[in-house]
Design a protein around this ligand. Structure first.
Ligand code: PEP
Ligand code: MG
Length: 762
């Protein structure tokens, strides 16, 4: 089988259709209306390679390449990719693909369907990203010429330098690794929205549907109050129907970028979903529940009267009803260690004290990791742990950020955990109250130690005008983060990704392995960009203090600084060593070329305008023009930046994000990681709040988007104040999204009410 529609493919075809293709086939066969498409199987790739006889040539190049010579490897890779891309596709293969594409276009009533072209790896036993090709995706491809061009590009991706290297290292035969390609329609929605297959608060068998005109972005982002329909699943009766005034909608321009436009006057108050549309949605709700065997939260779209499912995830709020989130019933037990609650949830298990990195293998699944402070090398062991307790740190330290993202209960800054707690001791960690109890407390949560703390607070259908976004540090956490229904990623931290590479990023550059570094970055960022597409993802360039680098391979030369927090970090370091930031910019450029135009750039820790100017020049130097090709913004993390924000705006900024973790430490002269001063570290200090208020107001006056991504953005009582100042978005930790969304909604309503009352009193 060379080319097959999704309908003809099932999970048994994984060998020729790859994982992605087989899954899309399976969903289609189950009657789920995923956007239609077809798979160009691995057999087609094989045929292309042998019919054109380029295989021999390619194998010769590989035979004569020393893969340990990075430069030679890169040259070989470039040469091979060029051969694959430039070889004319044999007529019979071309005809099959063109026919399938034309049929697809016809089936969706288009001359040339707008499609996504994605690779689908077939060798399941190979680690996906390292095997390469896996991550290749091109969005908004249109017309037969482009489709053929991108199919060849996906094939060529099998010969990225790192993929070749990986296969050599692991003795895989280059001739026996194949790749399939999925071509799938991109829906140009005329109407779109969300549907919960049950009431997400009560679990009642009522489908809750929201819909508005144009792309789903308007509903998901909350820019528009959509129509609301509650439909009884058994009788099909519409129980509630609210038609709203829908002022805006999003449409795609030629390049597939979404544009916000006004809804034509006559459609503003028109009902979006007809009875027939609702019936289609109800049928889909039932099919999806049958397939997944649970209530689901979905995003849907309609084009030319056809319904498509764009996303589906379980409704996790239901699991959480009335579940204890803290140790309310444990007060009579002995508290043996106290610290700061850094990641909520309860976990019970056996203590393993880690004094040195080479003891990490002591940690087994479900243990409680106890250590002075975690470092990036510890992440794999942290993932196995049920709970984490540290001596040092505050709520914004490495242990706190990572455990919140992993959904692991964590207590930091105890000052004594490594001396008080002993190996094999059984304890219970309360990550909300910051306590460690002697013995095991059995609660629902501590039994399933890696409780779904993050996802369990998934999106309730609350619509806010202020965007509620999420912070992501590890690409692996992107799925969980997206499941919260967040409006985008307000902070994607680069450093956790880089520190996870195993070697100092500078080592890649010094060893001439820039391309490897760029593709590692792409592989990390794309996981997030894809989960959230088309919602925006702000990638923040590298900001790690020197002391976090030293334990890494190639980190030996890092300077020893008296105070790394005040030292060589953030944009000031990146401008001193511009090679790294240019690799980051090149990675973003490549992502934009693949269609991920939702990725923006944000620079960290700036203290003067020249830094912003220089960073933008470096970005333009790689061919990615700030403000034109890519959204370019900055963090406000120093009092200096907050006090001259107007000068930065004059230089040109698409957005600003308040980094209150650093802003607080630099305003109050309190090291954020120091457990001795943690009690003096207060984001709500009036001086910090003044800087925040000033920044927000000046940005709003100048029409610059202003957000927050520091820990203060996860604290409801602070968020309430920020909404009052006029902040345009808030980016929180995944576990806080639900609370923050409610707070934002309440604060917005209060503003409206206050304004109305003022009007009345006039
Ligand atoms: C901040 O400083 O508030 C911030 C979000 O950045 P980081 O915590 O990574 O320093
Ligand atoms: Mg910071």
């Amino acid at each position: 089988m060379f080319v097959a529609k999704f309908e003809k493919i099932s999970k048994d075809d994984i060998d020729i259709a790859g994982g992605k293709g087989a899954n899309l086939g399976e969903l289609t066969q189950a009657g789920i209306p995923v956007p239609p498409g077809f798979v160009i199987t691995s057999e087609t790739y094989e045929k292309f390679m042998s019919d054109t006889e380029i295989n021999t040539n390619i194998m010769d190049i590989l035979k004569n390449t020393d893969v340990n010579d990075t430069k030679a490897l890169q040259e070989a890779s470039d040469k091979i990719k060029e051969i694959i891309i430039n070889t004319k596709m044999p007529q019979d293969i071309e005809t099959m693909i063109v026919e399938a594409y034309n049929q697809l276009s016809q089936s969706v009533d288009e001359d040339d369907a707008d499609v996504a072209v994605r690779s689908s790896a077939t060798a399941e036993d190979l680690p996906d990203a390292s095997f390469a090709g896996q991550q290749d995706t091109y969005l908004h491809v249109k017309g037969v010429d482009q489709v053929l061009e991108y199919v060849q590009k996906v094939w060529a991706s099998l010969f990225e330098a790192r993929a070749i290297f990986y296969r050599e290292e692991n003795d895989f035969d280059h001739e026996k690794v194949y790749i399939a390609v999925c071509v799938q329609q991109m829906v140009q929605a005329e109407k779109a929205g969300v549907m919960f297959t049950v009431n997400p608060s009560t679990g009642e068998e009522v489908a809750m549907i929201e819909g508005s005109w144009g792309l789903g972005e308007s509903v998901v982002s909350g820019d528009v109050t959509p129509d609301h329909y509650d439909v009884d699943k058994k009788s099909g009766k519409i129980e509630t129907l609210t038609v709203s005034d829908k002022k805006f909608m999003y449409i795609n321009d030629d390049k597939g970028t979404s544009l916000k436009v006004e809804v034509p006057e006559e459609k503003r108050n028109e009902r979006v979903l007809s009875d027939e549309d609702l019936k289609k949605l109800l049928d889909m709700a039932k099919t999806i529940e049958d397939l997944y065997k649970k209530p689901m939260d979905t995003e849907w779209a309609m084009q030319k009267g056809r319904l498509y499912l764009l996303q589906a995830r379980p409704i996790t709020t239901l699991d959480n009803v009335d579940e204890p989130t803290s140790s309310d019933n444990a007060t009579d037990l002995d508290v043996i260690v106290k610290g700061l609650g850094a990641s909520p949830g309860m976990a019970a298990g056996s203590v393993k004290v880690i004094f040195d990195l080479d003891e990490l293998d002591k940690i087994e699944d479900g243990d409680i990791m106890v250590t002075a402070m975690t470092t990036p090398d510890m992440v794999p062991a942290m993932k196995k742990s049920a709970g984490i307790v540290t001596d040092e740190g505050g709520v914004t330290c490495h242990a706190s950020i990572i455990s919140r993202e992993l959904g692991i209960p964590c207590v930091v800054g105890t000052g004594e955990a490594t001396s008080t707690l002993k190996d094999s001791q059984e304890v219970t960690v309360d990550g909300k109250k910051g306590l460690v109890y002697e013995g095991i407390i059995k609660t629902e949560e501590s039994q399933s130690s890696q409780s779904e703390t993050s996802t369990s607070q998934a999106a309730a259908p609350i619509i806010t005008v202020t965007d509620v976004k999420v912070n992501v540090s590890m690409p692996e956490a992107a799925k969980k983060a997206a499941a919260t229904g967040a409006d985008g990623v307000g902070l994607l931290r680069a450093e956790h990704m880089m520190l996870g590479l195993g070697a100092h990023p500078k080592k890649f550059i010094d060893d001439g392995k820039e391309d490897e570094l760029i593709s590692e970055l792409i592989n990390g960022i794309i996981k997030v960009a894809d989960e959230f597409y088309p919602r925006p993802v702000w990638y923040r360039t590298m900001d790690a203090p020197t002391d976090e680098f030293v334990t890494m391979e190639g980190g030996e030369n890092e300077p020893i600084e008296h105070n790394p927090m005040l030292g060589w970090r953030g944009i000031r370091r990146e401008l001193d060593e511009p090679e790294l930031i240019q690799c980051e910019f090149k990675a973003i450029k490549k992502l934009h070329e693949k269609g991920y135009t939702n990725v923006g750039i944000m620079i960290p820790l700036s203290q003067n305008v020249a830094e912003l100017k220089k960073a933008k020049e470096l970005c333009a130097d790689v061919g990615l023009i700030p403000h034109k090709d890519v959204e370019f913004g900055m963090m406000v993390e120093t009092p200096a930046a907050a006090l001259i924000i107007e000068d930065y705006i004059a230089e040109g900024l698409d957005f600003v994000s308040l980094g209150t973790n650093d802003l607080t430490q630099y305003t109050l002269a309190i090291d954020r990681n120091n457990e001795f001063t943690a009690k003096n570290y207060k984001e709500e200090h009036p001086a910090v709040m003044k800087l925040i208020e000033r920044t927000i107001k000046i940005c709003v006056e100048n029409g610059v988007t202003c957000s927050i991504c520091g820990q203060a953005g996860s604290v409801p009582r602070i968020v309430e104040k920020l909404v009052g100042f006029g902040i345009t978005s808030v980016s929180s930790n995944a576990d806080a999204i639900s609370d923050v969304r409610k707070t934002v909604a309440k604060a917005e309503q209060k503003l409206i009410l206050d304004a109305a009352r003022e009007q009345l009193n006039k």
